[in-house]
Design a protein. Structure first.
Lengths: 274, 331
């Protein structure tokens, strides 16, 4: 019944638009080797070419094909979004359900800890960690997950508290169901809407953070990223004096914006916006 | 009632102090637990093209000089004593106290973030109320389309676009920085104008980054408020639309104070990107530069300072909320 309601909501204009955008980028990510004319790190072409038949979006300052980089960049963004949102979902849900279901002192201590975590400004901390650790995609994923799980835990815990004292859960407990059974049969299924929201919100955060970190030079150099492309584009001194910004800067920025917008639309549609 | 409020303020203060203490601990352990060891910033990475090789004796002397051979708890006591005196050591690249560098940068960030916050809150509330009031009409639909797009644009990309359009093409605003270098001001007015022409673009950019959150919150609260009986009552009494709107406005702005406080840490992140793009000499730019230069003392000092500012603002917002909304903190 709930699944049907969700499907119904996804049929709204915003939901449809969001799903179309997301499936578009997912297709590109999967079909990257077929779609891209070059390998993203291939520097064999001459640098700073204007778009022509061989290079649909020209080449950058070291002779990499921009179009191929753009296509492979979707893989990086989507991978980070997927792994981080799933990581946050699993850790956050486990912590939130545990804390909310047990209640009492443990709950209070855990939630204080989560509150403390939430108040630390994350970007400066991420920069410090990244300055010490090697820039690698797994480090970025790790940091984003560690900084993200308290948000998931907070929402899940609040909902678990409400469910914990609701009629059907009490009835199940009185009837002799074990704690594990109650959580699995009656609490987790009621958390599905919150879980989907968590995935959407964390994906948005992960995509923006990944491209932002890449823009600051913290990205993994071995993975093409839209943020890195923007970084190189605007640090090239002549980008704004020629037409290069049109095919170098703009497409990468539009790709990030569109992908995030896809998630935003899906999130809004799930909350019932038309 | 008043004792309850005092207790609330006190207990929140205690919580924030614990948070800050925890941040200090994190800051203490990061360089000591990371791979490579604490001397990494002097020797450089061993994978670099030209690794600095230190013999054991020099290494020992260096460790001794930085008190790194002491037991951990003595190091920690020393660290806390220094932190209490706001002594964060010396910058590696500039060789001046970290505190001096930070104090030089702080006013610019406060100016940038403060003005962006005022701007985005004002327009966020105004647009949110208009949108909620005219729910389902053209204006509402248009805003509901624009705001998500605004939210989806990464701040550094928006900044780059703004520089391109308004500075390169139109020439309305300067390209970067916070002041025109080597300029002789003819007077106070001249100086103020210079500061504001440099501030305008980064401020708009940061405001655009923050506004969608405020707007959506106010709109949702406003829509909820419109269903309340007091609005119906006011309409039935024949009050002017303007006056009813005023009531809704006041009731819709209370959650905004809380939301702004919660957004501050997030806003600091936005400021790092925007200051980097605009080369605006604030804390964000400082963090970025010291990251590039691997200037660890500055990086860590800035982290502590930014956390302290965010926590202080959060605490202030908490106290403000307990006065605005009598129910806060009385669960």
């Amino acid at each position: 019944m709930k699944e049907r309601a969700l499907l119904q909501r996804m049929r709204s204009p915003k939901g449809t638009a969001g799903l179309i955008i997301l499936s578009f980028f997912t297709t590109i990510a999967f079909a990257a080797p077929v779609l891209a004319p070059y390998y993203p790190s291939d520097v064999s072409s001459s640098p700073l070419l204007a778009p022509d038949r061989d290079h649909p979006l020209g080449t950058d300052d070291v002779g990499r094909d921009i179009f191929s980089n753009l296509i492979y960049g979707s893989r990086t963004s989507l991978t980070v979004a997927l792994v981080v949102s799933l990581g946050v979902l699993v850790i956050g849900t486990l912590a939130g359900v545990f804390s909310g279901y047990i209640g009492g002192k443990i709950d209070r201590v855990m939630m204080r800890g989560v509150d403390i975590f939430l108040m630390i400004p994350d970007l400066p901390l991420i920069l410090i960690l990244a300055a010490y650790l090697r820039p690698s995609i797994w480090n970025i994923i790790f940091i984003l997950t560690v900084m993200g799980w308290p948000v998931g835990a907070r929402i899940t815990r609040a909902q678990t508290r409400t469910l914990r004292v609701s009629g059907h859960v009490n009835f199940a407990r009185v009837s002799g169901a074990s704690n594990w059974c109650v959580i699995k049969r009656h609490i987790i299924p009621d958390l599905y809407p919150i879980m989907t929201t968590t995935i959407v919100m964390q994906s948005i955060r992960a995509i923006l953070s990944e491209s932002g970190l890449a823009f600051l030079g913290l990205g993994d150099p071995s993975y093409p990223s839209w943020g890195t492309m923007i970084k190189y584009a605007i640090s090239y001194p002549l980008v704004f004096f020629s037409n290069a910004w049109m095919w170098w800067l703009l497409p990468a920025g539009i790709c990030i914006t569109m992908l995030v917008l896809g998630f935003v639309f899906v999130g809004q549609a799930m909350e019932g916006d038309k | 009632m008043d004792r309850k409020r005092l207790w609330h303020i006190f207990s929140r203060g205690l919580e924030y102090s614990i948070t800050f203490f925890l941040i200090l601990i994190i800051n203490f352990f990061i360089p000591r637990t990371m791979p490579g060891g604490p001397l990494l910033s002097i020797t450089g990475s061993q994978n670099a093209d030209l690794p600095v090789v230190l013999d054991e004796e020099t290494k020992y002397e260096l460790m001794e000089y930085y008190h790194l051979n002491d037991p951990l708890h003595i190091q920690f006591m020393q660290y806390m004593a220094d932190a209490a005196q706001l002594d964060f050591g010396y910058s590696i690249t500039h060789n001046i106290p970290v505190l001096d560098i930070i104090l030089g940068r702080l006013p610019w960030t406060i100016l940038l973030m403060g003005s962006a916050l005022v701007f985005s809150t004002f327009f966020g509330i105004a647009l949110g109320i208009e949108s909620g009031w005219n729910r389902g009409r053209k204006l509402d639909h248009a805003l509901l389309m624009i705001m998500p797009v605004l939210r989806s644009i990464p701040p550094f990309f928006l900044g780059a676009l703004m520089i391109f359009v308004f500075s390169y093409r139109m020439g309305w605003f300067p390209l970067s920085g916070a002041l025109t270098p080597y300029i002789d001001y003819t007077g106070m007015a001249d100086q103020v104008r210079d500061i504001f022409s440099h501030l305008a673009l980064p401020m708009l950019c940061l405001a655009a980054f923050e506004m969608p959150g405020t707007y959506l919150l106010v709109r949702n609260v406003c829509v909820q408020q419109m269903e309340k009986p007091y609005v119906l009552m006011a309409t039935a009494r024949g009050l002017k639309e303007r006056n009813i709107k005023k009531h809704v406005l006041i009731n819709s702005t209370v959650p905004v104070v809380n939301q702004i406080a919660a957004m501050l840490g997030f806003l600091v992140g936005g400021a790092v990107f925007i200051e980097t793009v605009f080369s605006y000499p604030g804390m964000g730019m400082l963090v970025y530069n010291s990251f590039i230069e691997r200037d660890y003392p500055v990086l860590q000092g800035a982290f502590i300072f930014m956390s302290l500012c965010v926590l202080a603002c959060n605490y202030a917002a908490d106290i403000a909320c307990s006065y605005i909304d009598g129910r806060a903190g009385q669960e």
